[in-house]
Design a protein. Sequence first.
Length: 82
Amino acid sequence: MGPEQAMWSWGGMWIFPLIFLAVIIFAVFRFSGRSHSGPPGPGSSRRHGEDSESAVDILNKRYAKGEISKDEFEQMKKELMA
């Protein structure tokens, strides 16, 4: 086997690890469970402890904790109901 043949046979060997790495990266992103199709819709599952509370529920809790005054509560509630 001459130098040209040896160089040709080993010259393309770097492509196999590169293909293997690409397949691994693809598999990780494909099966990671993340949705890349856009924002979650009404029927989608929620993640990371997100609640399904409405804005009025949150406002009621903030008022009950004393975080906002009665005037602020009334104003915000009126804006939310509009």
